[in-house]
Design a protein around this ligand. Structure first.
Ligand code: AMP
Ligand code: MG
Ligand code: MG
Length: 307
Protein backbone atom coordinates (compact mmCIF):
# COMPACT_ATOMS: atom_id res chain seq x y z
CA UNK A 1 0.00 0.00 0.00
CA UNK A 2 2.66 2.50 1.03
CA UNK A 3 4.54 1.72 -2.19
CA UNK A 4 1.73 3.55 -4.03
CA UNK A 5 2.82 7.21 -4.46
CA UNK A 6 1.02 9.66 -2.19
CA UNK A 7 -0.55 11.54 -5.09
CA UNK A 8 -2.29 8.38 -6.33
CA UNK A 9 -3.39 7.43 -2.82
CA UNK A 10 -4.76 10.94 -2.28
CA UNK A 11 -6.74 10.86 -5.53
CA UNK A 12 -8.13 7.42 -4.62
CA UNK A 13 -9.16 8.70 -1.17
CA UNK A 14 -10.66 11.85 -2.74
CA UNK A 15 -12.90 9.78 -5.02
CA UNK A 16 -14.19 7.77 -2.03
CA UNK A 17 -14.73 10.77 0.22
CA UNK A 18 -16.46 12.73 -2.57
CA UNK A 19 -18.96 9.86 -2.90
CA UNK A 20 -19.70 10.05 0.82
CA UNK A 21 -19.99 13.87 0.69
CA UNK A 22 -22.49 13.45 -2.13
CA UNK A 23 -24.60 11.19 0.08
CA UNK A 24 -24.51 13.85 2.81
CA UNK A 25 -25.72 16.44 0.27
CA UNK A 26 -28.67 14.17 -0.68
CA UNK A 27 -29.47 13.32 2.94
CA UNK A 28 -29.65 16.97 4.02
CA UNK A 29 -32.01 17.70 1.13
CA UNK A 30 -34.27 14.73 1.85
CA UNK A 31 -34.45 15.69 5.53
CA UNK A 32 -35.53 19.13 4.37
CA UNK A 33 -33.67 21.20 6.98
CA UNK A 34 -31.29 23.17 4.81
CA UNK A 35 -30.12 25.63 7.50
CA UNK A 36 -29.43 28.40 4.99
CA UNK A 37 -26.92 31.10 6.04
CA UNK A 38 -26.23 34.19 3.91
CA UNK A 39 -22.42 34.61 3.69
CA UNK A 40 -22.59 37.67 1.44
CA UNK A 41 -24.55 39.10 -1.45
CA UNK A 42 -25.82 36.19 -3.62
CA UNK A 43 -23.62 33.86 -1.58
CA UNK A 44 -25.25 31.17 0.57
CA UNK A 45 -24.23 28.22 2.69
CA UNK A 46 -26.42 25.31 3.81
CA UNK A 47 -26.07 22.44 6.26
CA UNK A 48 -25.05 20.33 3.27
CA UNK A 49 -22.11 22.65 2.48
CA UNK A 50 -21.01 22.53 6.14
CA UNK A 51 -21.40 18.79 6.72
CA UNK A 52 -19.91 17.75 3.39
CA UNK A 53 -16.86 19.92 4.05
CA UNK A 54 -16.44 18.47 7.57
CA UNK A 55 -16.51 14.98 6.07
CA UNK A 56 -13.95 15.74 3.36
CA UNK A 57 -11.50 17.70 5.50
CA UNK A 58 -11.69 15.35 8.51
CA UNK A 59 -11.18 12.28 6.31
CA UNK A 60 -8.32 13.63 4.21
CA UNK A 61 -6.47 15.32 7.05
CA UNK A 62 -6.67 12.15 9.19
CA UNK A 63 -4.88 10.23 6.44
CA UNK A 64 -2.60 12.96 5.08
CA UNK A 65 -1.75 15.18 8.07
CA UNK A 66 0.94 17.22 6.29
CA UNK A 67 -1.19 18.24 3.31
CA UNK A 68 -2.53 21.78 3.31
CA UNK A 69 -6.29 21.44 2.77
CA UNK A 70 -8.30 24.58 2.09
CA UNK A 71 -12.10 24.42 2.14
CA UNK A 72 -14.66 27.01 1.10
CA UNK A 73 -16.59 27.11 4.36
CA UNK A 74 -15.41 28.75 7.60
CA UNK A 75 -15.85 27.43 11.11
CA UNK A 76 -15.50 23.75 10.33
CA UNK A 77 -13.89 22.48 13.50
CA UNK A 78 -12.75 18.96 12.99
CA UNK A 79 -13.81 17.66 16.45
CA UNK A 80 -16.95 15.52 16.59
CA UNK A 81 -16.48 14.56 12.97
CA UNK A 82 -15.68 10.90 13.61
CA UNK A 83 -19.06 9.83 12.30
CA UNK A 84 -17.95 11.24 8.95
CA UNK A 85 -14.52 9.66 8.67
CA UNK A 86 -14.05 7.90 5.33
CA UNK A 87 -10.90 5.79 5.13
CA UNK A 88 -11.75 3.91 1.91
CA UNK A 89 -9.86 4.33 -1.35
CA UNK A 90 -11.09 3.81 -4.87
CA UNK A 91 -9.44 0.61 -6.10
CA UNK A 92 -9.41 1.57 -9.78
CA UNK A 93 -7.45 4.74 -9.00
CA UNK A 94 -5.02 2.89 -6.70
CA UNK A 95 -4.09 0.66 -9.65
CA UNK A 96 -3.05 3.62 -11.85
CA UNK A 97 0.58 3.83 -12.86
CA UNK A 98 1.78 7.14 -11.42
CA UNK A 99 3.41 9.49 -13.97
CA UNK A 100 7.16 9.74 -13.40
CA UNK A 101 6.90 13.50 -12.77
CA UNK A 102 4.54 12.98 -9.80
CA UNK A 103 6.18 9.95 -8.15
CA UNK A 104 8.38 12.02 -5.87
CA UNK A 105 5.66 14.41 -4.69
CA UNK A 106 5.39 14.49 -0.88
CA UNK A 107 2.49 15.52 1.35
CA UNK A 108 4.14 18.85 2.17
CA UNK A 109 4.23 19.74 -1.57
CA UNK A 110 0.44 19.36 -1.97
CA UNK A 111 -2.37 21.89 -1.56
CA UNK A 112 -5.94 20.57 -1.80
CA UNK A 113 -8.84 22.92 -2.59
CA UNK A 114 -12.28 21.74 -1.48
CA UNK A 115 -15.67 23.03 -2.60
CA UNK A 116 -17.98 20.73 -0.63
CA UNK A 117 -21.02 21.84 -2.62
CA UNK A 118 -20.64 23.83 -5.81
CA UNK A 119 -23.89 25.39 -7.01
CA UNK A 120 -25.46 26.17 -3.63
CA UNK A 121 -27.92 28.65 -5.16
CA UNK A 122 -29.14 25.92 -7.52
CA UNK A 123 -29.26 23.36 -4.66
CA UNK A 124 -31.64 25.59 -2.69
CA UNK A 125 -33.75 26.25 -5.81
CA UNK A 126 -34.12 22.61 -6.87
CA UNK A 127 -31.73 22.53 -9.86
CA UNK A 128 -30.12 19.47 -8.34
CA UNK A 129 -28.32 18.19 -11.41
CA UNK A 130 -26.13 21.33 -11.35
CA UNK A 131 -24.77 20.50 -7.90
CA UNK A 132 -21.26 19.02 -7.58
CA UNK A 133 -18.65 18.24 -4.93
CA UNK A 134 -15.19 19.45 -5.99
CA UNK A 135 -11.76 18.33 -4.79
CA UNK A 136 -8.72 19.82 -6.52
CA UNK A 137 -5.15 18.64 -5.93
CA UNK A 138 -2.32 21.06 -6.72
CA UNK A 139 1.45 20.70 -6.71
CA UNK A 140 3.86 23.60 -7.29
CA UNK A 141 0.83 25.89 -7.66
CA UNK A 142 -0.59 23.93 -10.63
CA UNK A 143 -3.68 21.67 -10.54
CA UNK A 144 -2.53 18.11 -11.24
CA UNK A 145 -5.52 15.98 -10.27
CA UNK A 146 -9.16 16.47 -9.41
CA UNK A 147 -12.57 15.04 -8.67
CA UNK A 148 -16.03 16.26 -9.66
CA UNK A 149 -18.82 14.29 -7.98
CA UNK A 150 -22.43 14.78 -9.07
CA UNK A 151 -24.69 13.61 -6.22
CA UNK A 152 -27.88 13.68 -8.29
CA UNK A 153 -26.70 12.20 -11.57
CA UNK A 154 -29.04 9.39 -12.62
CA UNK A 155 -27.32 6.33 -14.02
CA UNK A 156 -28.84 3.11 -15.27
CA UNK A 157 -26.48 0.13 -15.23
CA UNK A 158 -28.29 -3.00 -16.47
CA UNK A 159 -31.51 -3.09 -14.49
CA UNK A 160 -30.06 -1.07 -11.58
CA UNK A 161 -30.68 2.61 -11.08
CA UNK A 162 -27.63 4.24 -9.53
CA UNK A 163 -27.67 7.76 -8.17
CA UNK A 164 -24.53 9.90 -8.37
CA UNK A 165 -21.30 9.62 -10.31
CA UNK A 166 -17.69 10.63 -9.81
CA UNK A 167 -15.49 12.04 -12.53
CA UNK A 168 -11.71 12.20 -12.01
CA UNK A 169 -8.68 13.43 -13.90
CA UNK A 170 -4.93 13.08 -13.47
CA UNK A 171 -2.22 14.92 -15.37
CA UNK A 172 -0.47 12.74 -17.99
CA UNK A 173 -2.92 9.88 -17.32
CA UNK A 174 -6.32 11.16 -18.44
CA UNK A 175 -9.86 11.16 -17.12
CA UNK A 176 -12.43 8.63 -15.92
CA UNK A 177 -15.95 8.17 -14.62
CA UNK A 178 -17.66 9.42 -17.79
CA UNK A 179 -17.35 9.38 -21.58
CA UNK A 180 -15.42 12.27 -23.10
CA UNK A 181 -17.19 13.79 -26.14
CA UNK A 182 -16.15 16.40 -28.73
CA UNK A 183 -17.71 19.90 -28.58
CA UNK A 184 -20.98 20.64 -30.42
CA UNK A 185 -20.79 21.56 -34.14
CA UNK A 186 -21.93 25.12 -33.53
CA UNK A 187 -20.66 27.44 -30.81
CA UNK A 188 -22.47 26.87 -27.50
CA UNK A 189 -21.47 28.88 -24.43
CA UNK A 190 -22.05 27.79 -20.86
CA UNK A 191 -22.17 30.47 -18.16
CA UNK A 192 -23.62 31.44 -14.77
CA UNK A 193 -27.36 31.36 -14.13
CA UNK A 194 -27.32 33.15 -10.77
CA UNK A 195 -24.35 35.57 -10.77
CA UNK A 196 -24.61 37.65 -13.94
CA UNK A 197 -23.96 41.37 -14.41
CA UNK A 198 -23.34 43.83 -17.26
CA UNK A 199 -19.70 42.80 -17.84
CA UNK A 200 -20.57 39.09 -17.76
CA UNK A 201 -23.28 39.72 -20.40
CA UNK A 202 -20.95 41.83 -22.53
CA UNK A 203 -18.38 39.01 -22.67
CA UNK A 204 -21.13 36.61 -23.80
CA UNK A 205 -22.44 38.89 -26.55
CA UNK A 206 -19.02 39.25 -28.25
CA UNK A 207 -18.67 35.48 -28.72
CA UNK A 208 -21.20 35.26 -31.53
CA UNK A 209 -22.57 32.01 -30.14
CA UNK A 210 -25.43 29.93 -31.49
CA UNK A 211 -26.67 29.23 -27.99
CA UNK A 212 -26.03 30.29 -24.39
CA UNK A 213 -26.65 27.76 -21.61
CA UNK A 214 -27.11 29.26 -18.15
CA UNK A 215 -26.39 26.69 -15.47
CA UNK A 216 -25.10 26.65 -11.90
CA UNK A 217 -21.65 25.78 -10.63
CA UNK A 218 -18.15 25.78 -12.10
CA UNK A 219 -18.01 21.98 -11.79
CA UNK A 220 -21.17 21.43 -13.81
CA UNK A 221 -20.10 23.86 -16.53
CA UNK A 222 -16.76 22.10 -16.97
CA UNK A 223 -18.66 18.80 -17.15
CA UNK A 224 -20.75 20.27 -19.97
CA UNK A 225 -17.51 20.99 -21.86
CA UNK A 226 -16.17 17.48 -21.25
CA UNK A 227 -19.40 15.83 -22.38
CA UNK A 228 -19.79 17.86 -25.58
CA UNK A 229 -22.81 19.88 -24.41
CA UNK A 230 -20.99 23.23 -24.65
CA UNK A 231 -17.95 24.59 -26.51
CA UNK A 232 -16.70 27.26 -24.11
CA UNK A 233 -17.25 28.40 -20.51
CA UNK A 234 -17.17 32.18 -20.21
CA UNK A 235 -17.52 34.07 -16.92
CA UNK A 236 -16.13 37.62 -16.90
CA UNK A 237 -16.52 38.28 -13.17
CA UNK A 238 -14.46 37.91 -9.99
CA UNK A 239 -17.07 35.63 -8.27
CA UNK A 240 -15.40 32.20 -8.67
CA UNK A 241 -12.79 31.12 -6.13
CA UNK A 242 -9.78 28.75 -6.21
CA UNK A 243 -11.88 25.83 -4.87
CA UNK A 244 -14.31 26.28 -7.79
CA UNK A 245 -11.65 25.90 -10.47
CA UNK A 246 -8.80 23.74 -9.08
CA UNK A 247 -10.49 20.33 -9.49
CA UNK A 248 -12.33 21.19 -12.73
CA UNK A 249 -9.18 22.71 -14.26
CA UNK A 250 -7.14 19.60 -13.39
CA UNK A 251 -9.70 17.33 -15.06
CA UNK A 252 -10.17 19.57 -18.09
CA UNK A 253 -6.44 19.81 -18.74
CA UNK A 254 -6.00 16.04 -18.24
CA UNK A 255 -8.57 15.74 -21.07
CA UNK A 256 -6.59 18.12 -23.33
CA UNK A 257 -8.55 21.27 -22.52
CA UNK A 258 -7.60 24.62 -21.04
CA UNK A 259 -8.96 26.81 -18.21
CA UNK A 260 -7.59 30.29 -17.64
CA UNK A 261 -8.80 33.73 -16.60
CA UNK A 262 -10.40 36.09 -19.12
CA UNK A 263 -6.93 37.43 -20.00
CA UNK A 264 -5.65 33.95 -20.90
CA UNK A 265 -3.46 33.50 -17.81
CA UNK A 266 -3.44 30.40 -15.62
CA UNK A 267 -4.43 30.75 -11.98
CA UNK A 268 -1.95 29.61 -9.32
CA UNK A 269 -3.11 27.29 -6.58
CA UNK A 270 -0.46 27.76 -3.87
CA UNK A 271 -1.85 28.02 -0.32
CA UNK A 272 -1.03 31.72 -0.05
CA UNK A 273 -2.87 32.73 -3.26
CA UNK A 274 -5.88 34.97 -2.77
CA UNK A 275 -9.12 32.99 -2.89
CA UNK A 276 -11.06 34.92 -5.57
CA UNK A 277 -10.42 34.28 -9.26
CA UNK A 278 -10.53 38.01 -9.76
CA UNK A 279 -10.12 38.05 -13.52
CA UNK A 280 -12.85 35.55 -14.37
CA UNK A 281 -12.92 32.17 -16.09
CA UNK A 282 -12.46 31.13 -19.72
CA UNK A 283 -12.36 27.40 -20.51
CA UNK A 284 -12.63 25.06 -23.46
CA UNK A 285 -12.03 21.41 -24.19
CA UNK A 286 -9.70 22.27 -27.11
CA UNK A 287 -6.87 24.77 -27.27
CA UNK A 288 -8.12 26.38 -30.52
CA UNK A 289 -11.60 27.02 -29.09
CA UNK A 290 -9.96 28.63 -26.08
CA UNK A 291 -7.82 30.84 -28.37
CA UNK A 292 -10.90 31.81 -30.38
CA UNK A 293 -12.78 32.85 -27.24
CA UNK A 294 -9.77 34.77 -25.93
CA UNK A 295 -9.42 36.66 -29.20
CA UNK A 296 -13.08 37.82 -29.02
CA UNK A 297 -12.82 39.43 -25.57
CA UNK A 298 -12.36 43.20 -26.03
CA UNK A 299 -9.30 44.79 -24.44
CA UNK A 300 -11.49 47.26 -22.47
CA UNK A 301 -13.25 44.35 -20.84
CA UNK A 302 -9.95 42.69 -19.92
CA UNK A 303 -8.71 46.04 -18.53
CA UNK A 304 -11.91 46.49 -16.52
CA UNK A 305 -11.54 43.09 -14.81
CA UNK A 306 -7.79 43.49 -14.26
CA UNK A 307 -8.25 46.87 -12.47
P1 AMP B 1 -21.96 30.20 -11.00
O1 AMP B 1 -21.39 29.97 -12.32
O2 AMP B 1 -22.64 31.51 -10.82
O3 AMP B 1 -22.81 29.07 -10.53
O4 AMP B 1 -20.72 30.29 -10.00
C1 AMP B 1 -19.69 29.31 -9.93
C2 AMP B 1 -19.07 29.37 -8.55
O5 AMP B 1 -18.60 30.68 -8.28
C3 AMP B 1 -20.07 29.06 -7.42
O6 AMP B 1 -19.39 28.46 -6.38
C4 AMP B 1 -20.54 30.42 -6.99
O7 AMP B 1 -20.95 30.44 -5.67
C5 AMP B 1 -19.28 31.28 -7.19
N1 AMP B 1 -19.67 32.64 -7.58
C6 AMP B 1 -19.77 33.16 -8.81
N2 AMP B 1 -20.15 34.45 -8.78
C7 AMP B 1 -20.31 34.75 -7.48
C8 AMP B 1 -20.68 35.92 -6.78
N3 AMP B 1 -20.98 37.06 -7.43
N4 AMP B 1 -20.75 35.87 -5.44
C9 AMP B 1 -20.44 34.73 -4.78
N5 AMP B 1 -20.07 33.58 -5.38
C10 AMP B 1 -20.01 33.59 -6.71
MG1 MG C 1 -18.49 26.77 -5.77
MG1 MG D 1 -19.54 25.77 -2.52
Amino acid sequence: MSSVPVLIRLLASSVSVANRAGKIVRDVMSKGELGIVEKGKDDYQTEADRSAQRCIIASLSAQYPKINIIGEEDGNQIQDSNEYLVMDSDQEILAINCPESLKGVEEKDIVVWVDPLDGTAEYTQGFLEHVTVLIGISVNERPVAGVIHQPYYKNVVGSDKIIGRTIWGLQEVGVGGFTLAPPPDSLVITTTRSHSNAIVENALQVMNAKQILRVGGAGYKVLQLLEGKASIYVFASPGCKKWDTCGPEAILSAAGGKLTDILGNHYKYGASESRPNKTGVLAAVYEDLHSYALSRIPQELKDELAK
